[in-house]
Ligand binder design. Structure first.
Ligand code: HEM
Length: 411
């Protein structure tokens, strides 16, 4: 499939192009957002009719209204296989109240601010060790050396997975995320099924083991949450949640670090400023989330028949909420194309909004802050080693991140 680049004028809606399954679109979706931002949500036909909402106000209104915009995927033929893949258990991300309220209350116990804050020394230590290795010869792949291992090591540790199992987790996690790249209607690759099965078998055994031992890791906390009082997570819900965490917590944070390193490498003046003013790191991380967020879009389904652009769309029509476009809406952000590490205010939608607001946001911020503090402390300058071919992105549009990022660093 080849994409036609929209003309520069954002006023021409005829040039709207939105296709998450097109490689050219995925490589750089940002130029395609301007025409989408020029007007209200509109209907696009691409494999199936879908509504695409890009403006900040539209995205925020949709995320705030779970009655009209449901997170429960319809059991239609197109998405059935995709959802069957993960089992029938309700999952927090794909549920509406009251199921969501119950699941969110239970799983939040594992993500208390205290539990997350307690991880900080460990996150800093792992970052230091990774950077020691990376710094050794002045050139490194920021994705392989830092962005990939840090989040998987932290989440695996939180889940009580022993270090020798990390590489196999990463492999399973990467395989499962590939489901996003499958064109609707095409079969899901066998490797995805195998990875889901492997994760499920692993955690089923672990959950059984933790019931006996009762340690303080996240799986044990969730197991005991499911045993106290009347409110319980079923065994299947528990497995589904642990798998969700592994997926939601890995690739996303990896991509925040990877995309953020790229932004810094492309903006040496921002890097120098950050080095001089490390107190700006928290605000720089917010800007990385806004400027090139790891989650480009999320999906809701119409809870009732609704009109868009004069067309009455039936219940269950998918609504793509393009968070990364909303984060570049000039009606909300002054000079949205600029990477400004001191931007204020910066109320981006990179973590979503409303009842599904990212449960792991504090953890992701902690990891990214530690990673970038470690980097600016260690290196006076970082430079992009221009690859012979354009930068390569992983396969998914929804979860956007680089496959590799070669940097030269001076100490
Ligand atoms: C930079 C990193 C991350 C980004 C950009 C991100 C983004 C998001 C977004 C946009 C949503 C809402 C999706 C929707 O409304 O449809 C979400 C939900 C969620 N995230 Fe994250 N996430 C990140 C890291 C993490 C981490 C580290 C974890 C856990 C270890 C995590 C766990 C979750 C969970 C469990 C939900 C579902 C919450 C609910 O449905 O109530 N995320 N995330």
């Amino acid at each position: 499939m080849s994409a036609v680049l929209p003309p520069a004028s954002p006023s021409c809606r005829a040039s709207v192009y939105f296709n998450p399954w097109d490689e050219d679109f995925r490589a750089n979706p940002y130029p395609f957002y301007a025409p989408l931002l020029a007007g209200p949500p509109l209907v696009i036909e691409r494999f199936f009719p879908m509504v695409v909402a890009a403006r900040y106000a539209d995205a925020a209104a949709i995320l705030a209204d779970h009655r009209r915009y449901s997170s429960v995927a319809p059991k239609g033929p197109l998405l059935k296989e995709r959802f069957a893949l993960f089992g029938e258990a309700a999952r927090v991300l794909f549920s509406d109240p009251p199921v969501h309220t119950r699941l969110r209350r239970l799983v939040s116990r594992a993500f208390t601010p205290r539990r997350v804050a307690a991880l900080e020394p460990r996150v800093r230590q792992i970052t230091r060790e990774l950077l020691d290795r990376a710094a050794a010869d002045g050139r490194f792949d920021a994705v392989a050396a830092l962005a990939n291992p840090l989040p998987i090591m932290i989440i695996a540790e939180m889940l009580g997975v022993p270090p020798q199992e990390y590489p196999v987790f990463k492999k399973w996690s990467d395989a499962v995320v590939q489901v996003d790249t499958v064109v609707p209607g095409n079969p899901i690759p066998q490797t995805v099924y195998e990875a889901v099965e492997a994760l499920r078998a692993y955690f089923a055994a672990e959950i059984a083991r933790r019931r006996q031992t009762g340690a303080d890791d996240l799986v044990s906390v969730l197991v005991s949450a499911s045993e106290q009082g009347e409110e319980v997570l079923s065994a299947e819900e528990l497995i589904a949640f642990v798998i969700l965490l592994l997926l939601a917590g890995n690739e996303t944070t990896t991509n925040l670090i990877g995309n953020g390193m790229l932004a810094l490498a492309r903006h040496p003046e921002s890097y120098a400023r950050l080095r001089q003013h490390p107190e700006l790191i928290a605000s720089a991380v917010e800007e990385m989330l806004r400027f090139d967020g790891p989650v480009q879009a999320t999906v809701r389904y119409l809870g009732e028949e609704t009109e868009f652009g004069g067309r009455l769309m039936p219940r269950e029509t998918p609504v793509f909420v393009v968070l990364a476009a909303a984060n570049r809406d000039p009606a909300r952000f002054a000079r949205p194309e600029m990477f400004d590490i001191a931007r204020k205010p910066n109320d981006h939608l990179a973590f979503g909004d409303g009842i599904h607001y990212c449960l792991g946001a504090a953890l992701a911020r902690l990891e990214a802050t530690a990673a970038f503090s470690g980097v600016v402390r260690r290196f006076a300058r970082i430079e992009l080693i221009e690859p012979a071919s354009p930068l390569r992105y992983r396969g998914s549009y929804f979860v956007r991140g680089l496959s590799s990022l070669a940097l030269a660093a001076q100490g």
